[in-house]
Design a protein around this ligand. Structure first.
Ligand code: PGA
Ligand code: ZN
Length: 414
């Protein structure tokens, strides 16, 4: 049996795609193998996410992660050096026990996740396995499809669009290569369309365009035109996945208010709004269409729209217990998996397994603040996820994930 142990753990402060500090950790093994991992960061975060530890104070607008770095190089390194990197669950449980809080706020979920992922990378390297095989064995079924965010509203754009993300979901693609190519062609068709209409082609945090258009439905009409311009048929070749991120629409007294249009809406009106929208446009999925505590509202919409995948992001925050609540209430058809909401790889994989056992789909996701890491592409393959959601097919930190998914596909075919 192959035996190795953790010899050294180091960490440093690096910068993410928004220019905010984040943590990168390196785990060095006795056998010579090493693993490096960095952690992304969200903007429209769920209230129940694991805790991202920031330094506060004046330095780097209070967003520095030097405390997290010192926790990794101090307490965590002292405990893990000499341990086997090959038992991910035991390592992650040790990290959680050391922290001692439920949301990992003492050592910082960013510190803990960086170690959890770097250990997995080091172990895979020691065993000479690609990361997806180390985490999940040989992929049994189809590789994940893609959800590409190409048009932005909500908190991510200064326009009149309340829905945060409009994603392309190529549904007629026979391979990852083809799905990505279709997404790229529509992205470029959309760019030329916006340009012709005199609309802005500058891009937001996730690489999607943020044109100043009158409202949400105009965005869908534009996307349909872009799909046709790229020689494809909306609804047949490419469908649309929306992330309204409606936690941000809650008015604090049990109702909703669309922030841009200022319109007040009840839960019933939101359900009606999306049901009608789905009647007029090919909507593949709706992520967080209601508030993050509204398990019942989700269930109502799921019942009203059986043909559309209802996805829980802020609702579940990649948390096994919240997935159980959602399953009991029949709230959603899919779990969005963001490892940094969970804080360790094991916690993220447990939430995913819980969802899978209940027959839910899995969508592995980036954050709006990303690094050049392609870890989540391997994770999506390892989990047998249905989709990888990694932003537009533009900007290095976004395409790194799609390029890795294509590389895995080629590797599996050769
Ligand atoms: P975030 O946004 O990474 O800023 O949380 C993405 C999402 O809501 O899915
Ligand atoms: Zn979301």
């Amino acid at each position: 049996m192959f035996i190795t142990e953790i010899a050294k753990i180091s960490a440093r402060e690096i910068y993410d795609s928004r220019g905010n500090p984040t943590i990168e950790t390196t785990v060095q093994l006795r056998c010579g193998a090493r693993g490096v991992a960095s952690v992304p960061s969200g903007a429209s975060t769920g209230a129940h996410e694991a805790w991202e530890l920031r330094d506060g104070g004046d330095r780097l607008m209070g967003r520095g992660v030097l405390q997290a770095v010192s926790h990794v190089e101090g307490e965590i390194a002292q405990t893990l050096i000499g341990k086997s990197p090959l038992n991910q669950r035991r390592l992650d449980e040790t990290l959680c026990q050391m922290d001692g809080t439920e949301n990992l706020s003492r050592l910082g979920a960013n510190a803990i996740l960086s170690v959890s992922m770097a250990c997995a990378r080091a172990a895979a390297a020691a065993l000479h396995l690609p990361l997806y095989r180390y985490l999940g064995g040989l992929p049994a079924g189809k590789l994940p499809g893609v959800m590409m965010n190409v048009l932005n509203g909500g908190l991510h754009a200064a326009n009149n669009v309340d829905i945060q993300e409009f994603m392309l979901t190529p549904v007629s693609a026979g391979s990852v290569q083809q799905a990505v190519r279709m997404g790229v062609e529509v992205y470029h068709a959309l760019k030329s369309l916006l340009h012709e209409k005199g609309l802005s082609i500058s891009v937001g945090d996730e690489g999607g365009f943020a044109p100043d258009i009158p409202g949400d439905e105009d965005a869908l009409v534009l996307l349909e035109e872009a799909v046709r311009r790229a020689g494809m048929v909306p609804g047949q070749d490419v469908c649309f996945s929306l992330d309204p991120a409606a936690s941000g629409w809650q008015d604090g007294v049990g109702g909703y208010q669309l922030p841009k249009r200022g319109r007040r809406m009840s839960r019933e009106e939101i359900v009606e709004f999306f049901t009608e929208l789905a009647g007029r446009h090919p909507l593949f999925s709706l992520e967080d269409p209601l508030g993050e505590e509204d398990f019942q509202g989700f269930a109502r919409l799921k019942q009203a729209l059986p043909g559309c995948l209802i996805v829980g992001d802020d609702l579940f925050v990649t948390n096994q217990a919240r997935v159980q609540t959602g399953v009991a209430a029949a709230s959603a058809g899919a779990l969005l998996v963001k490892p940094n909401q969970a804080g360790t790889l094991t916690r993220a994989m447990d939430a995913a397994r819980e969802a899978r056992q209940a027959g839910m789909a899995l969508i592995v996701s980036h954050r709006s603040g990303e690094t050049d890491s392609d870890f989540i592409a391997d994770l999506a393959v390892a989990m047998g996820a249905d989709f990888l959601k990694a932003g537009a097919p533009a900007r290095g930190e976004r395409v790194a994930k799609y390029n890795r998914l294509m590389a895995i596909e080629s590797e599996l075919h050769s």
